[in-house]
Design a protein around this ligand. Structure first.
Ligand code: ZN
Ligand code: ZN
Length: 225
């Protein structure tokens, strides 16, 4: 099993390679080509991708889903609370946490191509049916429908529960930081704790990273313990 980070224009998508492979997030609009190139470079056959899973419904994580769905013709999954974002190609209410975040919101948050999700997650579930030895756990706070993928090798993909560094992860990308947008801070802290309870060694985030979980615990000490 292996996590392959696909660095895109403003976010990361991930390929989880196991018996089969799943794609976690699809970047911003018009990034399908870049993603498929990375899939090929990882030695994965497009036909071995069994699922497109979304950590949440924002434009920089679901922006190329419609395009990839047309090419790959595999099921797409999203948490029930974020399903409307894919269905309508909108981002819901964005709550920037500071001035820099407001600027990011003005640049990034736009409508995108809508796509009807095939699997609407209301319960956490295993990914075994998709050929991946891992599980989906719900980690709300950044959005109500944010989720993470926990793998048995002590690695996890946690989307925008937090981010790496500043400037969308381009500066000090391995330093854990709060994300620009937070729907519910108490829920973010509860999700950090939920992830921490599973003792991951490394977490992969939507922007920057990966992050050593030791560094996460240090940064958010007192908030998540
Ligand atoms: Zn987001
Ligand atoms: Zn993001």
């Amino acid at each position: 099993m292996k996590i392959i980070k696909i660095k895109l224009s403003i976010s990361n998508a991930y390929l989880v390679k196991d018996k089969k492979s799943i794609l976690v997030d699809t970047g911003a609009p018009n990034e399908a080509g870049k993603i498929l190139k990375a899939v090929k470079q990882a030695g994965v056959d497009e036909n071995d991708i069994s699922l497109i899973l979304h950590t949440h419904g924002h434009i920089d994580h679901a922006g190329s889903t419609a395009e990839l769905k047309r090419i790959l013709n595999v099921p797409t999954a999203v948490h029930a609370a974020d399903a409307f974002m894919l269905r309508t190609g909108t981002n819901g209410e964005i709550k920037p946490r500071n001035v820099e975040a407001k600027m990011v919101a003005a640049m990034v948050v736009k409508p995108f191509e809508a796509v009807e999700p095939d699997i609407i997650l209301e319960k956490e579930m295993s990914l075994k049916n998709f050929g991946v030895d891992g599980e989906i756990v719900f980690t709300p706070g950044h959005t109500k429908g944010s989720l993470s993928v926990m793998l048995p090798n002590q690695e996890a993909i946690i989307g925008d529960v937090m981010m790496g560094g500043w400037m969308g992860g381009n500066l000090f990308g391995t330093r854990p930081n709060y994300h620009y947008f937070i729907d519910d801070l108490a829920a973010v802290h509860a999700s950090m704790k939920k992830i921490g309870d599973r003792k991951p060694s490394t977490v992969y985030v939507g922007h920057g990273g990966p992050l050593k979980f030791e560094a996460v615990v240090k940064k958010f000490a007192g908030k998540i313990q």
